[in-house]
Every structure is written in C-alpha cells, then in structure tokens.
Design a protein around this ligand. Structure first.
Ligand code: 4AD
Ligand code: MG
Length: 494
C-alpha cells in the first residue's frame, strides 16, 4: 500500500492500524489514490451507496460500490450495523453535501449485522426511551455519537482549564467512612454476608468484622478530602464519580454522576463565584471551538424535538445562541434574601401555581423556584448566595449575621442548580459548635478538624455536576442521555 499521503493527512500510522479516519478523509485537501477506511454501515442505498461512519465525526463518508463487479453474497451482507473495511480511491464527490467519497475497489465484511435483528434501524427513527434501553448500541446513532464526543471534549476542557491555572488534580477516595454532605444519602460498601450479618453484644451489626473494620460507603463528594489538599497545595481540583442514593427519579438526577470540585486556599466566597463563572465560560468556549459540527447537529435535533411542543415550552434561543449568550453575559448575582423577595411577589407564587408556595424567609428553594428566577425573571444564569444556615451543609462558613452562610448555588436555564459551593468554615470553634448542633460525630471527622487546628485559613470551593453541564451544552433534556450507562433508581443495566 502507498502511504505517500501520510504527510498530507497528518496521520500517524502504525503497522497495525493503517486505515484512515473518516474525519481525516473528509477533511482531505486532495484526492488520494489508495485509502482504506473501517467503520460501521449506517445505510446502504441502491446496492451502490454505503454511508460509512467510524465515530470520528458526525459525518458519514459515502462509499460507492461497483455492484456489477461485486458478488451478490457480499452485497447482501452490507447491512445497517455491519462492520466493514473498504479500500479504494478518494475522489471528489458528485453528490451534494460531501466533498469527497470513496470509489470502492475492495470491500471486506469484518462483522455481519443481521438486518432483521439489529435494533437500530434508520427507517423507523428510534425514540430516546427505546435507545436508553439499548444503551450499548445507542452510541452508534448520530445523536449519541455527538453527545459522547462533546462529553469527551468537555472533560478535557475541565483539565485544560485547571492545569493552565496551575491547579493540582487530586484523586479523592471512592470508598469512604465520611458523609461529606451530611445528608445520609449513601450507598453502603460492605463485604459482610448480608444473609448472615455478624452482631455485637447489643444486637446491632458488628462492623468491626467488616472489610475495613468500620462502616463505609461510596463517596457523595470528594470535598472534605479535597480541602485537606488545598490546605497544602493551594489550588486543587477533583474530577471523579460520586454516588447518591437519593430516590429522585427526575430528568436531572443520577445515582452515579461525575463531579468536578475545585478547592482554593485563601479564596473567599466572591473569589469562588468568579472562579466558577470563569471556569464554566472557558469550558463552553473550548467546546464551541472544538465541536462545531456536533453542536450544530445537536442544535437542529433540539429544534426538531421542540416542534412538537407548545410555543411557550420551546427554548427562546437556539442551542449555539444560548451557549454564546452564556459566554457573553455575566451571571446575575443575588442574595438568597433578594431571591426570596422576588419569589414571594411573583405571579406563580401569588396565584399558587408553584407546588411549594414561598411565604417566608428560610424556605428551601425548589427547582421550580430556581427555574423561575433563571428562565422567567432574570433570563440569564444566576448565582444565589448567602443562604440560611439551617438549609445548608455543616461545613459552610457562618456569616456575621449569625443566620446565613457563605454558600452559593449557580442556577442555569433548563437545568436549575448546576453548581453548589461555599466558603468553608475555617474557625475551629465555630465548626465544632455547628457539628455538635447537627449531631455530626467529631471523632469520625478528626482529620478534617485537624486542618482547622494546624494552619487554618480562609478557603472556598464548589462542586459542578458534570452531567448537568453536558445536558446544558448538548441541549438534551434528560440526564440519562448524557452519561454512557446511567444509574437511576431501579436501573443498573449494563
Ligand atoms: O450541591 P452539591 O450536593 O454540593 C456538594 O456536593 C459539595 N460538596 C460541592 C463542593 O462544594 N465541593 O452537589 C454539587 C453539584 C450540584 O450542583 C449538581 O450539579 C450536582 O453536583 N449533583 C448531581 N448531579 C446529578 N445527579 C445528582 N443526583 C446530583 N446531585 C448533585
Ligand atoms: Mg446543592
């Protein structure tokens, strides 16, 4: 085989992998004498035109088969879903919509796909629900290919942002003894036999006999361990899986999701908000730059989906305009107290349209309230800060007023809460007092308390739910569609 075009296409060949990515073929600047592509058949028309996709791009490459000189046996095996290898000439395409196509000289079926049985048939457009049940195959569709490429680029953007800024990437433990959020929504981890649990003298489960000699769970957040690292390395971030056994069967909750948690020594709440805003704008910009074709495709998908919705429920902006809007506009910052005043006076509250009516200061904001603030009132991303202490976590710093904490949530259109963060309580006495009131065991968190005993300092951080970010950027509406294999109540297939 001739590899004279190696330099033109800027491809690194190894002996084993000599085929060229569809993306590179489509981006070629010249016709090429001999190329090889490998991928999966999307469609096969007129016994002649194969639309081949290899996942490198949303676009298929058209491969034109010389059917008169191809065995019938082979032609029959060119079915949707089959893996094939085509060798031929890259020529300028006469058809509309593509610059190049492959004139096939040699075609090899690598893996058959029974046309009767392959569940994803282009003719009858499969629903998102159906595809969710076939999550192992849905990535072979345009929509999921686009989502998963965007997800990959977004996660690289996360690292790129923090690495450029000199943050240290920390891998906090997945198995832990601490309930970082104090919300008790944890999956237990045990190696004890569940049908024959060892008991202690009081008759309760004897965790001393468990694998770790104590009760453990899957982490709900890496924050507490992250804080200890920030108090030595200055600026750190985590990016890992977190687990919550909350029975929330919504389009925005997963039992297993990925969270990004930066933590910065000497940052106060306002620095924290600045960091979060700058970070979100950076990763969106990065993805807009790197994934134009996928985002364009997702934009038209959303437009199509919304055609069946009443006008009032459609997005005001198309996907790309919405993403650019977030880049170009500052997030609106309001205190919880101001937010409550707005909500108390708003029409849906007065007309009792909300499921939870806001009548006094201290009420927790439900997603209907968050979405009202963002989508109807401010019409832009909103940061709500200084929440009542008793609806927020124990580690948040108590403000001078003695009743609010230096917390902040970032609320996004169509999503609701995308970020939760705070300035941390760095004063040992105040923290201990708070833990006592809430009933958090000091002994469990002795190591966390040590950071307040030795060289404590102002510090802040936040957690961003990665899938909620992917939801926003892709314009998808169900969080189960932006993670490869979603885990939700009653569902852990694959
Ligand atoms: O607001 P949360 O619970 O905050 C924390 O866990 C803090 N320890 C973060 C920190 O300060 N380091 O969660 C943070 C974010 C939420 O804003 C949301 O985006 C996401 O995590 N999140 C979920 N995403 C998907 N499914 C769930 N069940 C989620 N729960 C939280
Ligand atoms: Mg939160």
């Amino acid at each position: 085989m001739q590899f004279g075009y190696k330099t033109i296409l800027n491809i690194n060949y190894t002996d084993k992998m000599r085929h060229t990515k569809v993306k590179d073929l489509l981006n070629s600047t010249t016709t090429l004498h001999e190329v090889n592509a490998k991928g999966w058949v999307r469609t096969f028309r007129n016994n002649q035109f194969i639309a081949l996709n290899d996942g490198s791009t949303i676009d298929n490459i058209q491969c034109v088969v010389d059917f008169e000189n191809t065995a019938d046996e082979t032609l029959k095996r060119i079915t949707t879903g089959a893996a094939i290898s085509v060798t031929g000439t890259l020529i300028e395409s006469k058809g509309a919509g593509q610059k190049f196509e492959i004139q096939v000289v040699k075609l090899e079926i690598l893996g058959d796909s029974d046309a009767e049985k392959f569940p994803i048939q282009p003719k009858n457009k499969p629903s998102l629900d159906f595809l969710r049940e076939n999550a192992h195959l849905r990535v072979r569709t345009n929509v999921f290919g686009a989502i998963m490429r965007v997800r990959s680029v977004l996660s690289f953007a996360v690292h790129s942002y923090f690495q450029e800024k000199g943050f240290v990437y920390v891998n906090t433990p997945v198995i832990t003894g601490a309930d970082a959020e104090g919300a008790g929504e944890m999956f237990q981890v045990t190696s004890l036999p569940l049908d024959d649990l060892p008991k202690n003298e009081e008759g309760s489960i004897d965790y001393k006999k468990d694998f770790f000699g104590k009760q453990t769970n899957l982490t709900v957040s890496g924050q507490l361990e992250g804080e200890t690292f920030a108090m030595a390395l200055g600026q750190i971030y985590t990016f890992g899986p977190t687990f919550r056994a909350e029975n929330s069967n919504t389009s925005r909750h997963l039992a297993e999701f990925w969270m990004i948690e930066p933590e910065v020594a000497f940052n106060d709440l306002h620095d924290n908000m600045d960091l979060a805003e700058d970070f979100i704008q950076y990763v969106i910009k990065y993805t807009l730059d790197k994934c134009p074709a996928d985002l364009k495709f997702l934009e038209s998908r959303l437009l199509e989906e919304e055609k069946s919705k009443p006008q009032a429920d459609r997005s005001e902006l198309a996907l790309l305009d919405k993403l650019n809007f977030v880049l170009e506009n500052n997030f609106k910052r309001v205190s919880y107290t101001e937010a409550i005043a707005i909500l108390r006076e708003c029409t849906p509250n007065k007309k009792k349209k909300f499921s939870y009516i806001i009548d006094e200061w201290g009420a927790d904001l439900q997603s209907e309230h968050e979405r009202y603030l963002v989508e109807k009132h401010f019409k832009c991303p909103v940061i709500v800060y200084d929440y009542p202490a008793n609806i927020k976590s124990f580690y948040m710093r108590l403000n001078e007023d003695g009743k609010t904490v230096a917390a902040m949530d970032i609320l996004f259109p169509g999503i609701g809460e995308i970020v939760g963060g705070s300035q941390r309580e760095e004063r040992y006495d105040v923290l201990i007092e708070k833990m006592k009131v809430i009933g958090i065991d000091e002994e469990e968190l002795w190591w966390y308390l040590d950071t307040r005993k030795f060289g404590s300092a102002v510090h802040s951080g936040f957690g961003l739910g990665f899938e909620r970010l992917v939801l926003f950027v892709t314009g998808m509406t169900n969080i189960r569609d932006v993670i490869p294999f979603p885990r939700t109540p009653m569902n852990a297939e694959f």
